[in-house]
Design a protein around this ligand. Structure first.
Ligand SMILES: [Zn+2]
Length: 252
């Protein structure tokens, strides 16, 4: 359960004192809880006298147990946070995701860290496409007309990292790096910076509902059973730069 605490608050606007309930931990596998954070509405209190709203810099832990994500928002060094961390070390081991949860001081950096961890687990879990998605893909490919592919067959890029069905990192001839990720939610191509460590730009994105658009660009009609990730990988390794990929993705 999300953990809440009662606190005495003094309104910064009118000095009125009132009691409010604050989150000390919150489960973000529940979308409404996650939204509280991303809408900047968590631990926002309304003064009972003057009705002004204040966002309190109160530390709390957000977790998604299913995805093994835990991140602290700790705007100032806090003894209760420290105590909780020690409890987690004791009860879940020093290497558990609870015990190693990052403690982040800055509010925006805190939210970015959550997104970063979610993307990482998303990639890890997107091992296979649903049969429904695969069928859609194959059905479409069979309806395409044969056309001559005049592009040179020789790849000019290097595959750095590849997990079948999930993701693929490519270093292009231009030395730029891109990451293709396939998840249940759709397909995404991003540009990576810092030697492949950080996504710096979304080049193209297709939610599941728009997957045909991606198929139209990347499908290889001679290999109708090919996984979409492989189809995209094969086409992108023929591109020499991010600019070329952008043009390819815009082409349809
Ligand atoms: Zn007030």
């Amino acid at each position: 359960m999300s953990k809440q605490v009662q606190a005495q608050i003094r309104c910064p606007n009118c000095n009125h004192q009132f009691e409010a309930t604050l989150y000390f931990s919150i489960w973000i596998e529940y979308p409404e809880n996650r939204k509280l954070i991303f809408d900047d509405k968590i631990n926002v209190v309304t003064c009972s006298a003057c009705k002004s709203k204040t966002k309190l810099p109160f530390p709390f832990l957000c977790t998604n147990v299913k995805e093994k994500i835990a991140v602290w928002y700790e705007p100032y060094p806090d003894a209760d946070v420290e105590k909780d961390v020690q409890q987690y070390v004791k009860h879940t081991g020093p290497n558990s995701f609870y015990a190693t949860a990052p403690r982040i001081r800055d509010w925006n950096a805190f939210k970015e860290k959550i997104v970063e961890l979610e993307q990482r687990t998303g990639m890890r879990q997107a091992a296979e496409w649903s049969p429904e998605m695969r069928e859609k893909f194959q059905g479409f490919v069979q309806s395409l007309k044969k056309k001559q592919d005049l592009r040179p067959a020789k790849p000019v890029a290097e595959v750095i990292n590849y997990k079948p069905g999930a993701y693929c990192q490519i270093k292009l001839a231009s030395r730029e790096r891109v990451l293709i990720s396939c998840a249940q939610t759709g397909i995404k191509i991003v540009k990576l910076g810092l030697g492949g460590l950080i996504p710096t730009k979304t080049i193209a994105e297709w939610p599941v509902a728009q997957i045909e658009a991606a198929i139209l660009i990347f499908a290889d009609e001679s290999k109708p059973t090919q996984h979409p990730l492989d189809a995209i990988k094969n086409k992108l390794t023929l591109c020499s730069s991010v600019r070329e990929i952008e043009q390819l993705c815009k082409g349809c």
